[in-house]
Write a protein that binds this ligand. Sequence first.
Ligand SMILES: Cc1cc2nc3c(=O)[nH]c(=O)nc-3n(C[C@H](O)[C@H](O)[C@H](O)COP(=O)(O)OP(=O)(O)OC[C@H]3O[C@@H](n4cnc5c(N)ncnc54)[C@H](O)[C@@H]3O)c2cc1C
Length: 524
Amino acid sequence: MTPEFVRIASVIEPSESQRALASDLARLCDGRASAGSQDRIAYARDLWPKATYWAGLGKVPRPPDAICWPRDEKQLANVVAFARARKIPLIPFGAGSGVCGGAIALTGGITVDLKRMDRLRSVDHASRLFTAQGGIIGENLERELAAHGLSLGHFPSSIYCSTLGGWLAARSAGQLSTKYGKIEDMCQSLTAVLGTGELVKVRARPSNGPDFTQLLIGSEGTLGFITEATMFAVPQPATRAYRAVRFRTLEAGAEAIRRILRDGLRPAVVRLYDPFDTVIAGKGKTKFAATDEHHRDGIQVIQERAPLAAKLAVRAALGKPAALNRLADLLRECLLILVFEGDADLCSAEDEQALILCRELGGVDLGAAPARHWMEQRYAVSYKQSKMFAAGAFADTMEVCATWDKVLPVYRAVRQAVSPLGFIMAHLSHAYVEGCSLYFTFSATAPSPEEVVERYDAVWREALGAAMAAGATVSHHHGVGFSKAGRLHEELGSPGVNLLRALKRTCDPDGILNPGKLGLGGEA
Ligand SMILES: Cc1cc2nc3c(=O)[nH]c(=O)nc-3n(C[C@H](O)[C@H](O)[C@H](O)COP(=O)(O)OP(=O)(O)OC[C@H]3O[C@@H](n4cnc5c(N)ncnc54)[C@H](O)[C@@H]3O)c2cc1C
């Protein structure tokens, strides 16, 4: 599916049919619907960097014809029935923080924003479970849980601007996932309104039969709306232990993580920065600042943190990425951040044991300060990517996952593939006994806006192609959305795609839910 584009300046007054649509939806959602031009422009994109770049050029994929904000499942089911009868596309919308174009309308339709369904409904202390509505923003959820002495243990960098339903829909991972798991590991049951309009409640880990929660988790709005979920809670941590270790090579640091996990230690945070990322981070001294998910705007943050690296990166962005990447190959220090949390005795025992393992591999203890600083800065997320785009460059991130035998081959393959095209660096995080996630950041530029878009596409094509050829998954936690839809089909293969399509036909027989996403109803 190819998006239709409109000039932002041309989205002025709603048409008659858009006005009529909004007034029908307003009747279904106690007045909360709009076809206003500002709303349609605002909901025309999510935080997919390419869409931000398009916006800078004055265009957006065709905006939704109307937006509505149902209050509850009954209103939502009525909206679905209304759209089904008229074959109008419905686009589920959490907070629009997705970075793969998953919440973009592409060809118009109705964007259904679930943020009015934002309540923490109940807390079951005995079972340590809570039930919350899908539209609740992460930060609000954590604040409410903290009042009960609990936490979900899920802290994505986007916690201020993403929802529980969006996390479940896109298989999100938080910064503490090595201890608490990804969002799909935290769900006990969920409620959804399917594309048929039916309300279903499905339970994880049933005593028998398939686990239907796992069919809906990761479905990115193509099968149904996740309206409510019962989640496993964890206690607020009693204490934390912080540790930073320097390694001579990425190989040694990766091996340390593998052994830490294999030996049963469970740090909440594990982050190993490659040599260039470590330089930008300030060599692990206390001035180290998080170069976390989107914590940087590529060159902009480089400029703030490391003047020399900044000059080099700017030069790279101006067209000499291969030289900078070759220089990075000469660097020889990798920073590992570990944070343990929970019971004080356990934390200090785990910290001590992890340090022993790191030292066996040549790791040098840098103390607690760099890790503590990372923790303090972990939400210092900057959303100023558009400034970089306005300057004629782009930055984006790619997160994939691989088993330990393939982690370093994937790292090398992606660096090699991207090096001629853009500046690239990476860190390893979200560790498991069997492998970990690799998080790449790249930036580049080209002489004209059209060539920037071409370069952006080329970097992604080369990076994801190399990663998958070396054995990585299509994504680890950002989801697939529109931008990686075709690649998902490569990963699933024909039988997997057939199953996915069969599921789609059952849950959404009219194909109205989020067309074009996950490669259902069109491919990127
Ligand atoms: C600065 C920044 C930092 C980020 N950091 C992280 C991170 O640390 N970890 C991480 O995992 N991700 C991260 N992301 C990506 C993003 O926050 C996640 O993908 C998140 O899960 C999206 O949630 P959302 O509520 O904003 O969903 P949206 O962006 O609104 O939607 C995402 C997809 O899910 C669908 N959807 C949304 N809500 C529902 C629902 N209730 N039912 C069914 N389908 C639905 C949409 O149609 C769309 O396909 C980051 C993004 C940014 C911009």
